[in-house]
Design a protein around this ligand. Structure first.
Ligand SMILES: Cc1ncc(COP(=O)(O)O)c(C=O)c1O
Length: 505
């Protein structure tokens, strides 16, 4: 059972500690001016109900991009208030996937929204082209670099804040590594690993194992796929992992970069052994090969740090980061690179839509939430801010909430294994990036059963995703005990359905 430390707080008590912005008196005063006008944020926007809207999917959207099952009204933290469209029943949904890995702070984080609201009503620029500067750009750059400098040793880092999504950041990291190798034309190869996924743009897809379609051309012949780095049964690096390192040691002079995803989520949430990363770092240093971490899934809180260098003790030359940066409050991706990889050939490096200042406001606010405010700023917090939020801004959620959330997830996974010993394999992943492999009747990992779990979970009130043979759980940092208990119930119903399906076939 999920362990209780004293009486479990009720859902409503936990919710009282969290709050929506429109519960604050000062915000209510502003909103009341909008009441009944076309600016009223809660006024209905359309004459159609959810069912009619979904019926027009084929007419309006490309396949795969249209909403399907549930209609969302609001949400807070890991809880989403929704309706099941087919049956018109209300649904309180626990989002255990951070809306597909973006919202490290859950839904509607009050601090990020407050900072964005304050910026929006000011006369500050909402957008800036790359030639034009603003204090916020410099503030965010310095804050991010300060964190990486701490983790990366004496070397100096630079940042590019002008990408929109993860695929862009991967591509830019490779451009930077390629440019740095320009003086040594013998370095043309790129090493990547089976089990990887680096994005949907052409370059990012070419370096991923997961390449569902072929566009324009086959992958270039200078992309070399090495086996997934694994441990053997004795807990040592597998023969194939050791052999990959030997090959890179031998042929390193012909490689310009190695790209690795520290936790390969699409590969049933496989964690690359830290010992492998450590030895890969040594080879890359000896051979002057650029080591790129694709940190889309783990960065900004999900493994307890801003970057995997802190989590693993291994520093890459370039980190490509996106997803949790803004916690879903705007699209942004970045690379953080050692200075030697800071030069980028034009026209790369400044995507048109990357200048949205609200995304930078969001990163700044997410950093406040994860790390806590500096003392001088803490002293200037508005007196009307609820005390719970003020306390979180003092300590930072990585120090206070992360260990609690990981403990909750550990308990949840252990309990699910206890309840479904023949269906659920040992938990995988790190921190808040976790997977549960679904097993068939012969104890073999089953992508079919993982897909079935991901399909039925919403109707039982929990959102998880399929990650090959595993169910991916990637909850937000503010996941509460009561939400975890509700998720346990919902996952129990989900897995009971999957077990019935398995045993019926
Ligand atoms: C590890 C990894 N790299 C890159 C990407 C691409 O990110 P985006 O979808 O923002 O382009 C993803 C997306 O899921 C990812 O998981």
């Amino acid at each position: 059972m999920l362990r209780e430390d004293g009486p479990a707080p009720s859902r409503s008590a936990e919710r009282a500690e969290r709050f929506h912005l429109d519960e604050l008196t000062h915000v209510q005063a502003f909103l009341s001016e909008l009441d009944g006008t076309c600016l009223d944020p809660v006024r209905p926007r359309s004459a159609f109900g959810p069912r009619e809207q979904l019926a027009s999917n084929a007419e309006l959207f490309t396949t795969g991009s249209a909403p399907r099952d549930v209609w969302v009204h609001s949400g807070l933290g890991a809880t989403v208030d929704a309706t099941v469209v087919a049956t018109d029943t209300p649904l309180e949904l626990i989002d255990l996937c951070s809306m597909t890995a973006n919202t490290i702070l859950g839904i509607n984080d009050p601090w990020v929204r407050l900072k964005q609201a304050s910026y929006l009503v000011s006369s500050r620029p909402h957008y800036l082209t790359a030639r034009m500067g603003n204090d916020l750009t410099y503030r965010v750059a310095r804050r991010i670099l300060d964190c990486f400098r701490d983790d990366g040793g004496p070397d100096d880092y630079v940042v590019n804040l002008r990408q929109c999504n993860g695929s862009d950041a991967v591509e830019l990291a490779l451009h930077a590594a390629w440019k740095a190798a320009a003086a040594t034309p013998g370095r043309r190869k790129l090493a990547t690993f089976r089990g990887s996924y680096h994005g949907e743009s052409l370059t990012a897809n070419w370096v991923s194992e997961h390449q569902p379609g072929r566009l324009l051309a086959d992958a270039p012949d200078n992309v070399v796929f090495f086996p997934t780095p694994e441990l053997d049964d004795a807990g040592e690096l597998s023969a194939s992992a050791a052999s990959a390192l030997e090959t890179l040691e031998r042929d390193g002079d012909s490689y310009f970069a190695v790209i690795v995803e520290p936790i390969q989520w699409r590969n049933s949430v496989h964690t690359v052994p830290v010992e492998f990363l450590r030895r890969l770092r040594e080879v890359c240093t000896r051979k002057s090969v650029c080591l790129v971490f694709d940190e889309m899934q783990n960065a900004f809180g999900y493994t307890g740090s801003l970057g995997y260098a802190r989590t693993s003790g291994v520093s890459p030359d370039i980190s490509a980061i996106s997803k949790a940066l803004t916690s879903g409050h705007g699209s942004l991706a970045i690379i953080v690179a050692r200075r030697g990889y800071g030069e980028i050939e034009t026209p790369f490096g400044a995507k048109s839509n990357s200048g949205n200042m609200l995304a930078l406001v969001a990163v700044d606010a997410v950093l406040d939430r994860l790390l806590g405010l500096e003392e001088a700023e803490r002293k200037t917090l508005p007196a009307w801010l609820p005390s719970g939020l003020a306390a979180e801004l003092r300590d930072g959620l990585l120090a206070s909430a992360y260990p609690r959330a990981v403990a909750l997830v550990d308990e949840l996974l252990d309990e699910l294994r206890r309840r479904f010993p023949t269906l659920v394999g040992p938990p995988r992943g790190v921190g808040l990036v976790r997977g549960l492999v679904m097993l068939d009747a012969d104890g073999r990992p089953s992508a079919r059963l993982a897909a079935a779990a991901a399909k039925v979970c919403l109707t039982h009130g929990v959102y998880v995703r399929q990650a090959d043979t595993a169910v991916l759980l990637k909850p937000c940092l503010v996941l509460s005990r009561a939400e975890t208990a509700t998720a346990l119930d919902a996952l129990t119903k989900t897995f009971a359905d999957v077990l019935r399906l398995r045993d019926a076939s």
